[in-house]
Design a protein around this ligand. Structure first.
Ligand SMILES: Nc1ncnc2c1ncn2[C@@H]1O[C@H](COP(=O)(O)OP(=O)(O)OP(=O)(O)O)[C@@H](O)[C@H]1O
Ligand SMILES: [Mg+2]
Length: 305
C-alpha cells in the first residue's frame, strides 16, 4: 500500500518528478498512534558541469523509492513555472544582456519560488526532496566565478530561501576538463558551460572550500569513481538521515542578509526608542537558531580533497 502524502502544489512544478514509494509489500503507512510525521530530508547535489549530478539524483531517487520513501526530484534553476522561465533567460545564449548582478538575482529569484512553492511544502508533507543544484552553485558560479563575492551572494540567497539549507549536500568533485569531455556530444553548451576552464576551476575550488568548512553537512565524492560506487555512498548517507530525527526547519523569514554599501557613505538612521510608537520588535534579539544539526557519523565517505 502507499502512504504517499498528496502533492502540496502539483501544478506548480513542471520538471519535478514525484515518486511514490515503490510497492514492496511492506506496510509503509504510519502505525496508529505513531509519532507525528517527520519532515522530509532535503538533499542537494552540487558539482561542476558534467560531474554526474543528474545521474546520481536519479539513482538516489530509485534507491529511496525502493526502500519505501516518497521522493521528489527537482532541479535549479527551475522547478516551478516561473523558475523555468528564469532558467531560459539566464542560461540561454540570447539577445538579452545579463550582467553579473542581474544573473545572481535571477538565480536567487528562481530559487525563492522553488523553495516557497515546492521544496518547503514537500518537506513539510514528509517527503524527501532531491535537488540538482542549490545555493552553493550560486555562491560558486556568481560569487566566485563572476567575482561578485561569495559572502554577498550567500547573503541574498539566505534571504531568498529564508535560511533553508539542505540536510546533506553531495558534492561531486570533478576536474573541469573531465566534466567537459563527459558532456561532449550533448546539447550545445549553455552560458555557464561555455565559460573557459579557468572559470570552472575557480568554481571547483569554491565548492571544495565550502565543503571543507562544514564537513558535517557535505559529502564530497570523487566524481570519477564508478557510478554505482558513488550511488552506494550517497544512499548510505541519506538512508541514515531518513531514519533519524531531523532538526526543525528554519521558518521562511529567518534568512538574514548583510548589505555592504560601497561607493558612497552609508547614512545612519536614528532608530526610535522602544515606546516611541512602533513598539518592541518581538523576537529580534533572541537570536533563535533552528535546532542544532544532529550528530552524524562521518560516514563511509569519500574522497575529501
Ligand atoms: N561516475 C561516472 N563515471 C563516468 N561517467 C559518468 C559518471 N557519472 C556520470 N557520467 C556520465 O557523464 C555524463 C554527465 O553526467 P550527468 O548528466 O549526470 O552530469 P551533470 O552533472 O548532471 O551534468 P550537467 O552539469 O551538464 O547537468 C553522462 O554521460 C553520464 O553518463
Ligand atoms: Mg545535469
Amino acid at each position: 500500500m502507499s502512504s504517499t502524502a498528496p502533492d502540496p502544489r502539483p501544478d506548480l512544478d513542471p520538471t519535478a518528478v514525484d515518486r511514490a514509494p515503490r510497492e514492496t509489500g511492506a506496510d509503509t503507512a504510519p502505525a496508529e498512534g505513531a509519532a507525528p510525521l517527520q519532515r522530509g530530508v532535503f538533499v542537494a547535489f552540487e558539482g561542476g558541469d558534467g560531474a554526474g549530478k543528474s545521474t546520481q539524483v536519479r539513482l538516489l531517487a530509485d534507491r529511496l523509492t525502493d526502500a519505501g520513501h516518497a521522493v521528489l526530484t527537482t532541479r535549479e534553476p527551475g522547478g516551478t513555472p516561473v523558475g523555468e522561465r528564469l532558467r531560459d533567460l539566464v542560461l540561454e545564449h540570447g539577445d538579452a544582456v545579463v550582467d553579473a548582478r542581474t544573473e545572481a538575482l535571477i538565480f536567487a529569484a528562481a530559487r525563492a519560488a522553488h523553495v516557497e512553492q515546492v521544496i518547503r511544502p514537500t518537506l513539510a508533507a514528509g517527503r524527501t526532496v532531491i535537488t540538482d543544484r542549490f545555493v552553493d552553485s550560486s555562491i560558486a558560479y556568481q560569487g566566485a566565478g563572476r567575482g561578485l563575492g561569495t559572502d554577498d551572494v550567500a547573503g541574498i540567497n539566505a534571504w531568498a530561501t529564508g535560511g533553508l539549507q539542505p540536510d546533506v549536500t553531495v558534492l561531486l568533485d570533478v576536474d573541469p576538463a573531465a566534466g567537459r569531455d563527459r558532456r561532449a556530444g550533448r546539447a550545445p553548451e549553455d552560458r555557464m558551460e561555455s565559460e573557459p576552464d579557468a572559470f570552472h576551476t575557480v568554481i571547483r575550488q569554491t565548492f571544495l572550500h565550502r565543503a571543507a568548512a562544514d564537513p558535517d553537512r557535505y559529502l564530497v565524492l570523487d566524481a570519477t569513481a564508478p557510478v554505482t560506487a558513488i550511488a552506494e555512498h550517497v544512499a548510505d548517507a541519506v538512508l541514515r538521515l531518513v531514519a533519524g530525527p531531523l532538526p526543525v526547519l528554519p521558518s521562511a523569514d529567518e534568512g538574514t542578509v548583510e548589505v555592504t554599501v560601497t561607493g558612497r557613505d552609508a547614512e545612519l538612521v536614528d532608530l526610535p526608542e522602544p515606546g516611541d510608537g512602533l513598539g518592541d520588535q518581538p523576537g529580534t534579539e533572541s537570536g533563535d537558531a533552528p535546532a542544532a544539526g544532529r550528530d552524524r557519523e562521518s560516514g563511509p565517505v569519500a574522497a575529501d580533497r
